[in-house]
Design a protein around this ligand. Structure first.
Ligand code: AMP
Length: 396
């Protein structure tokens, strides 16, 4: 396999799939440029080794064709500033305009193509569309981990037209190295912490992790499906009635595989789902009628923190409670802090999934964990042990 570090980009045009799906405000200004920043090392590497760069991305979810608010032209200035070189813009990603601009592109120059999703062929994974994109360049680099689980034209199909010259960018390389560290050779004890609203989203990842972890900590809304399945009273807490059997199966599977499955022992319950709700602490299967569990309790926090601090590998996905509300954030904040403390002492910690990433940033602890995945859905699917089309297309 070719790598970005060793490839000779001299006089080569590199077509780079980046994830520039950044939030814009009503004046089309970028409100969070992390995704653009994350792609800069790959862009600079190609430019500094004598190549030119053609950037392609999606932005938002346009329905049919062009929509002003989803145009990548709004990003041109900022990309240019961060990359430290001028950026040309093609107001379409296929056809004569990009092809002429690409032809005249010189080493050291950057061309940004218009939003790929203005063409429905992108998400359909259309071959001819992918071939048109491929015709613009000599080399293909995929650096968009967040869309690697999609078999779209620009994330997977286009790679077929570069049988020799295809590779990952630095961002994806780093993601894979870190995710593989957890999946393939975790230093023991290995603790996975799963939270968030629904157990249904997390069943495949829990199943895959049961073969690997020593401890599986469960918190958040999904707790109550496990508690109800075991006969506890959960009041009006979140529950997935059709997943009660699966919850029992997972408990049994953990037992036979000698995995310590740790559920909360107490919780903070509220009389309504609101920031100003009345609250009390109860035992976990003792939620009064009309009340709902919105955070883990103090005894649980102690127990979870102790297990986390004794771990050498930690994977965290999903908050322990409704951490967006002040009254229900203790569990999530304490888990984040325990992970940071374990990492200070030498553990390897990986945080992934939208809400746990938001939480670790909220508590300003991102610098104190080993790796924060940018992946979201892609990260979850990789952790489920599934082959991601965007990854397979390069490795194949
Ligand atoms: P997910 O996207 O499945 O990871 O879920 C994240 C969401 O779960 C966050 O917005 C949390 O507020 C929510 N959440 C966590 N714990 C609970 C709970 N006990 N009850 C209801 N929602 C919860």
């Amino acid at each position: 396999m070719k790598t970005i570090e060793t490839f000779d980009f001299k006089k080569k045009k590199a077509l780079i799939r980046v994830d520039f799906n950044v939030p814009l405000n009503e004046h089309f200004e970028i409100t969070d440029d992390n995704r653009i920043r994350a792609a800069i090392p790959t862009i600079k590497k190609v430019l500094s080794s004598g190549g030119s760069v053609i950037l392609m991305s999606h932005l938002g979810r346009p329905k049919t064709g062009y929509e002003e608010r989803f145009s990548l032209k709004h990003l041109v200035k900022h990309v240019s500033k961060l990359a430290g070189s001028p950026v040309k813009f093609a107001d379409d990603c296929i056809g004569n305009v990009p092809s002429e601009l690409a032809n005249s592109l010189k080493p050291g120059e950057i061309l940004l193509l218009e939003n790929l999703r203005f063409h429905k062929e992108e998400t359909k994974g259309n071959e001819e569309f992918a071939q048109e994109l491929a015709s613009l360049a000599d080399v293909y680099i995929n650096d968009a981990f967040g869309t690697a689980h999609r078999a779209h034209a620009s994330t997977a199909i286009v790679a077929n037209f570069f049988p020799e010259n295809k590779m990952f960018g630095y961002l994806i390389e780093k993601e894979l190295q870190n995710l593989d560290k957890v999946l393939e050779a975790p230093k023991k004890p290995f603790t996975a912490i799963m939270g968030g609203a629904k157990v249904s989203d997390k069943i495949p990842i829990i199943e895959n992790l049961l073969d690997r972890v020593d401890n599986l900590i469960i918190g958040g809304g999904m707790t109550y499906t496990f508690i109800k399945a075991q006969g506890g009273s959960i009041g009006s807490s979140l529950v997935e009635e059709d997943k009660l059997d699966i919850a029992l199966d997972l408990i049994e599977k953990a037992r036979t595989q000698n995995v310590r499955l740790v559920l909360p022992v107490d919780n903070v319950v509220a009389d309504k789902f609101a920031a100003e709700a009345s609250t009390q602490e109860t035992g976990i299967g003792q939620v009064p009628e009309g009340w709902m569990g919105l955070d883990v309790g103090r005894k649980t926090i102690e127990e979870f923190s102790a297990i986390i601090k004794e771990s050498n590998t930690i994977l965290w996905n999903g908050p322990m409670g409704v951490f967006e509300m002040e009254k229900f954030q203790s569990g999530t904040r304490s888990v984040a802090l325990a992970i940071a403390e374990a990492t200070d002492k030498g553990a390897f910690s990986l945080i992934g999934g939208g809400d746990s990433v938001a939480a670790i940033n909220k508590y300003k602890l991102a610098e104190r964990v080993s790796f924060v995945s940018t992946g979201g859905g892609a990260m979850l699917e990789y952790m489920e042990g599934r082959e991601l089309p965007g990854i397979a297309a390069i490795r194949r």
